[in-house]
Design a protein around this ligand. Sequence first.
Ligand SMILES: [Ca+2]
Ligand SMILES: [Ca+2]
Ligand SMILES: [Ca+2]
Length: 388
Amino acid sequence: MLSSLMQFTTDMARPRGKHRRFLSFFRRASVSTWLIFLSLVLPTQAQQVHFRDITAQAGIQFTHNNGAFGKKWLPETMGPGCAFIDYDKDGYPDILLVNGTDFSGHSHAGPTTLKLYHNNANGTFTDITRKAGLAVPMFGLGVAVGDFDNDGFDDLFITALGQSHLFHNNGNGTFVDVTKPAGMWGPSEFSTSAAWVDYDLDGKLDLVVANYVQWTEQTDLYCTLDGAHKSYCTPESYKGTSLRLWHNLGAGKFEDATQKAGLGDPTSKSLGIAILDYNEDGWPDLVIANDTQPNKLYLNKKDGTFEERGVAAGIGFSEDGIARAGMGADAKATACLSTRLLSQRWAGRAWSRWGLRVSSLILTMMVGPIFLSPTAILKIRSSACRSE
Ligand SMILES: [Ca+2]
Ligand SMILES: [Ca+2]
Ligand SMILES: [Ca+2]
């Protein structure tokens, strides 16, 4: 019906002379008018979408263990990360669920580890954690998926309270903990999230790790809301911790490039990382969401260093001078970004010369077990993809 109506308008006699412009306008107006009319009269049915909890039916049995035993320790307030990863490249996304564990001397849930569920391609999943070599005890908090050795199989970095872990995907359904041989063993931090990014465009994925505050079991502070009972301390009570940047040297080795890259900032209390190219120069920049502290925007200087631009960009402080803060960061990108990342990941190349557009940056002030505040959407820039 619509095509016949449009045909009707386009089949009108060709205008001639001084009436051409008016009739042309009328013809376009007619199409628009008909479209508006049709949108009003044609039946409009809202999509009815229903969700059904199929967790148990799918074979997933997972309970997060935050280690809580009554002392209200700060790490207990953190939820775990998760990832969809097709670790065996069979075309079906598998599920990885990060888990905490009991604090030493306070066992109640038994040893708990992350879980990797293999997608059986029939609506069910199988727990293959132990078989895959991932039943490694740690107080896990987040996960970053990336093929750091460009062998075509995605590898894992698990952020943790204490020692984080790098797992290499062997390509046969198993992983091996390569934290030590990779040179990543040592830092005992409160690592919350991480992101793989080839910041120096050498074709090898590097790793940015967000760290929260300086907290240990021995330095736990007493906070109270009613003067009688212990409560969870807010992050203001603790000193911050710097990001950590692991530069990929190749051959499975990494070096700590934090200070060299200009990312050493002990005031950060980081929970989220987003990778974006906000100035569209083809080099990936970093956005860091800091809890109760100014968020950071690190401009990639193309020489292995970064320059902090958060205040100038307006994501550090509000107009009232209050730290905007955040508990998560996300860069909403167009297909251009996806194309570029896919090129990097599967073709083993750094970044293609295809353009990139980041339409908006979303800092999410969300969602711990305790705090819930509105989401702040900060518009950074919007522009068309471009070729370089
Ligand atoms: Ca799979
Ligand atoms: Ca790999
Ligand atoms: Ca690199």
